[in-house]
Design a protein around this ligand. Structure first.
Ligand SMILES: Cc1cc2nc3c(=O)[nH]c(=O)nc-3n(C[C@H](O)[C@H](O)[C@H](O)COP(=O)(O)OP(=O)(O)OC[C@H]3O[C@@H](n4cnc5c(N)ncnc54)[C@H](O)[C@@H]3O)c2cc1C
Ligand code: HEM
Length: 400
């Protein structure tokens, strides 16, 4: 059978079994060594910037998370040498995302050379041998070639500019930011987007739009301040109307399968409600929907900052049931207002740990389940559900 031209052009030879085993064992020794990943990645950037000093400008001043991110990416690639299509798809997507940093296809040759040089430098001439040279050379060529293909494969704009048109601090540490872009940003409700703000240039962070995309280019984010963070405190405390934000292409796949015949369970806490809320608003525009139970959690009643809007949505959409859950019955002493009572006919607040409360109703095994919140909340809730018999495959969550 003739291979279609696109496939021919993408075909790359992967490394042989002996080299694969060698680079895997070698990479394990680096990852397990004290500060091994930091030493390797610092050598990578040392070689890259020595050869191309201009590339340093593409990065933010702090690069402290890079060792972890790059080693995770390399690990994924060498774990999938026998399933190369998957590794290649990952690298192509990574390179498409890299366009927002200003990285072009032509840069990846230098990245491949710098990576190989970094492995050599890491080990030094006493330990480095021909087998390692050949194995890592093949892997580095595969990475740089796949990323160059990815960078070339997408000619759409790498990001959009949007202007802040509203900034409301709904809690001391939480702001709702509304923006408008010239052209609508093409995301699906439930996805998340990389965002860069003028107060912290080049420090891209993921945020989940809290409303569906619309023809007016309006977009809304709910942002909670992470006290030790770089970007979120600036969003909450320093953002002003008129600021220009950059928003890159969407990622993630939280969505409701409308034709699966299965009802929906959504569990969100804090600003994790954003991608769930966007989907519910979109579903509200359609006539027919599966039944949805939406558990909204927080530590205190005041943390359920958007529950009133969700109650309103459920009043006009009988398929939606909103159940607030708090760990504490009343607000903390520093919050000036008493908790808001639910309107007539709405569920009263349940008190307890969110995962435990949801699991106390049973396994929800016939549902499509989405969990959204901090990494810890997702793990705790998943564990609580699985303990009562929920199958893992029924649960979706973003990789936070
Ligand atoms: C898929 C996805 C969607 C997201 N959507 C949203 C959203 O809609 N709204 C929103 O506010 N945030 C969202 N986030 C989180 C956001 O991307 C940032 O990670 C967060 O705002 C912190 O960024 P920062 O620059 O302030 O902190 P950083 O400078 O990145 O981190 C500083 C330090 O704080 C730690 N840290 C980071 N996050 C937390 C945390 N949550 N709790 C405790 N410690 C932390 C880091 O490990 C690091 O040590 C999302 C993240 C992902 C992966
Ligand atoms: C010349 C080539 C490259 C340049 C200029 C470049 C540039 C960048 C920049 C500017 C960032 C953002 C850093 C931050 O958020 O602080 C980044 C992130 C990242 N890079 Fe690269 N990169 C290159 C090659 C590579 C290669 C070859 C890999 C993989 C093997 C890689 C993997 C990653 C990963 C996993 C991240 C974090 C995820 C992300 O934010 O998209 N990069 N890169």
């Amino acid at each position: 059978m003739a291979v279609p031209p696109r496939q021919q052009e993408r075909k790359l030879d992967v490394v042989d079994a002996r080299s694969a085993a060698l680079v895997r064992a070698n990479f394990r020794s680096i990852v397990e060594a004290p500060h091994g990943p930091e030493r390797l990645i610092s050598a990578f950037y040392g070689h890259l910037f020595a050869e191309n000093p201009g590339l340093r400008d593409l990065f933010a001043p702090t690069m402290d998370m890079q060792a972890k991110r790059l080693t995770t990416a390399i690990q994924f690639v060498i774990d999938h040498l026998e399933d190369w299509d998957r590794a290649q798809r990952f690298l192509e997507q990574l390179a498409r995302d890299h366009r927002k940093y200003g990285v072009e296809a032509a840069h990846y040759d230098a990245a491949g050379r710098a990576m190989l040089a970094a492995f050599r430098t890491y080990h030094g001439p006493e330990y480095w041998h021909r087998g390692l040279e050949e194995g890592w050379r093949d892997v580095c060529i595969l990475i740089s070639a796949s990323m160059a293909i990815g960078a070339n494969s997408d000619k759409s704009q790498p990001y959009w500019e949007a202007t802040v048109v509203g900034h409301r601090r709904v809690l001391d540490d939480l702001a709702i930011v509304r923006l408008q872009s010239e052209t609508p940003i093409p995301y699906q409700a439930g996805q998340y987007v990389p965002v860069s703000i003028p107060q912290r240039p080049k420090m891209w962070r993921y945020l989940s739009p809290a409303i569906p995309t619309n023809p007016y280019g309006e977009i809304e984010f709910h942002v909670r301040k992470v006290r030790t963070g770089w970007v979120s405190p600036a969003v909450v405390s320093e953002t002003e109307v008129g600021d220009k934000w950059l928003i890159a292409g969407p990622l993630g796949g939280l969505h409701v399968e409308r034709d699966s015949g299965r009802d929906v369970l959504m569990i969100g806490s804090g600003t994790g409600i954003a991608p769930l809320r966007a989907q519910l608003i979109e579903m509200g525009r359609r006539g027919m929907n599966p039944r949805v139970h939406f558990f909204i959690g927080g530590r205190y009643p005041c943390d359920l900052y958007d529950v009133e809007n969700m109650w309103q949505l459920s009043l006009s959409n009988p398929w939606l049931t909103v159940i607030p859950v708090c760990e504490n019955e009343s607000n903390p002493w520093w919050h000036p207002y008493p908790p808001v009572d639910p309107p007539f006919g709405m569920h009263r607040r349940l008190i307890g740990n969110l995962g435990a409360v949801v699991a106390s109703f049973g396994a929800w095994a016939d549902r499509q389940i989405q969990i959204s919140g901090s990494a810890r909340m997702i793990a705790d809730t998943r564990r609580a559900l699985m303990a009562v018999g929920t199958p893992d495959w029924a649960i979706s969550a973003d990789p936070v």
